[in-house]
Design a protein around this ligand. Structure first.
Ligand code: FEO
Length: 162
């Protein structure tokens, strides 16, 4: 069964959102590096790479369905933050936003009875749960520390092992 034009457009839009996410995290990684938080910068750089993989997975899916992929413009990300806590709070809020986008894609696939897309999207639903858990967990730790420098450096070392 051919994928619909509306589903193709929605997935292309999500490809843009994944590349935008990648850039947001790359800019966060650069900010953290400049702040001397190498472990957090490394963690965020891995996040950047994961977002590129998310975009590529959608691209492969559209290829598989014989649909046209549109390579999007990428928005310039915010590149200055107050501190590490603001970075991770922003990342957490961003992941919640991405989850809401994925759910809308599922809603569309269900409304179109597009079972193949529903099946493909299950991976993203699970991935979003994990991403929210990871970023939310770091926010909780940093909030608990309340800016204590020794604590922040301990979290920084921990995130270096990702
Ligand atoms: Fe591709 Fe972090 O969602």
């Amino acid at each position: 069964m051919k994928i619909s034009d509306s589903m193709t457009a929605a997935i292309n839009d999500q490809i843009k959102a994944e590349f935008d996410s990648a850039y947001i995290y790359l800019a966060m990684s650069a900010y953290l590096k400049d702040a001397g938080l190498d472990g957090m910068s490394h963690w965020m750089h891995k996040q950047y790479k994961e977002e590129v993989e998310h975009a590529e997975k959608f691209i492969s899916y559209l290829y598989e369905r014989g649909a046209r992929v549109i390579i999007p413009d990428i928005a310039k990300p915010k590149d200055t933050y107050e501190n590490a806590l603001e970075v991770f709070r922003t990342a957490y809020a961003h992941e919640q936003y991405v989850t809401s986008r994925i759910y809308k894609l599922v809603d569309l696939a269900v409304s179109e009875k597009d079972y193949a897309t529903q099946s493909m999207l299950k991976w993203y639903v699970d991935e979003q749960m994990e991403e929210e858990d990871n970023t939310g967990g770091i926010v909780s730790k940093l909030e608990f520390l309340g800016g204590d420098k020794h604590g922040v450096y301990t979290v920084d070392r921990e995130l270096a092992s990702r």
